[in-house]
Ligand binder design. Structure first.
Ligand code: SF4
Ligand code: SF4
Ligand code: FES
Length: 273
């Protein structure tokens, strides 16, 4: 049986959605369609419960999971909630669990998944706002804590740098891969430590701390050291490596965290602190 959503509730009504049961024969695999099983839940609706709802979506060449969700929103249930913007792997907004793996909806083609049923849910380690949309407040807060920008003592934080700061190719390559981060948060969704410790800065923020700390133009280490070397900083990482396995941009945040540990220790030895 497939449950198809017909009448999305008004949030004010605080009622559980009504479902219509689609006849059994329509659930048989059809190469022209796919079944999309989507997590539905509105935490603000008192009587709502987390559940999976299945939709039949027309298959087409190049169909992405985000396209399939948009089709459902436009044709079946405009109350379905998820986040997206660029639809081209740049903005980092469309992170979601696809068949259990943190992925970008706009970069994941249904045909490449190799399954007739595609399961979509909210990213793990984030609170659900509604359905597939999750709350990134902690993620952005951790990112801002590591001061993700160049700090120069000569000008003071936040002021303009008046002269060109030259850098060799080797110096640039020390941090270059980490500049590819689009802040999609998939790495934090995959990290078991983020799941256990909400205050752990997480692989994204820590890799960015390394990115700025190793930049030859930056002079902000003293301001970041206290945060990255805290009980919720880089030494909380247990080197599971799952963060790097899911990054859609080829960044290796797990490596960034390990290099950051080395950076902290080297500076401690150098300054005897
Ligand atoms: S490191 Fe990769 S997975 Fe993590 S936020 Fe950046 S782009 Fe996303
Ligand atoms: S390597 Fe560290 S930051 Fe990355 S998933 Fe593992 S514990 Fe988390
Ligand atoms: S919609 Fe921007 S990365 Fe997917």
């Amino acid at each position: 049986m497939v449950l198809t959503l017909r009448e999305p509730p008004e949030e004010k009504e605080e009622t559980v959605v009504k479902v219509e049961i689609v006849p059994e024969q329509q659930t048989v695999t059809n190469p022209q369609t796919i079944l999309l099983r989507v997590f539905r839940y509105n935490p603000k609706a008192k009587r709502d419960e987390p559940r999976m709802v299945t939709y039949r979506v027309p298959m087409s060449k190049g169909l992405t999971v985000l396209d399939a969700l948009l089709w459902v929103k436009e044709n079946v249930d405009n109350g379905l909630s998820f986040r997206y913007s660029c639809r081209m792997g740049i903005c980092g907004s469309c992170g979601m669990l696809i068949n259990g793996k943190p992925s970008l909806g706009c970069e994941t083609q249904v045909a490449e998944l190799g399954t007739d049923v595609v399961e979509v849910g909210p990213l793990t380690n984030y609170d659900v706002i509604r359905d597939v949309a999750t709350d990134f407040t902690d993620f952005f807060s951790h990112h801002s804590k590591i001061k993700p920008y160049l700090i120069r003592k000569e000008n003071g934080e936040g002021t303009r740098i008046e002269r060109e700061l030259l850098q060799t190719e080797e110096q640039k390559l020390e941090f270059y891969q980490f500049t590819m981060c689009i802040m999609c948060g998939l790495c934090d969704a995959a990290c078991p430590i983020v799941g256990m410790d909400k205050d752990f800065l997480g692989p994204q923020a820590l890799a960015q701390a390394y990115r700025f700390g190793i930049d030859s133009r930056d002079q902000g280490w003293p301001e970041r050291a206290e945060v990255v070397d805290s009980p919720h900083g880089c030494f909380r990482c247990e080197l599971a490596g799952s963060c790097s396995a899911v990054c859609p941009k080829g960044v290796d945040p797990g490596l960034g965290v390990q290099l950051l540990k080395r950076q902290v220790l080297r500076r401690k030895v150098a300054h005897r602190v």
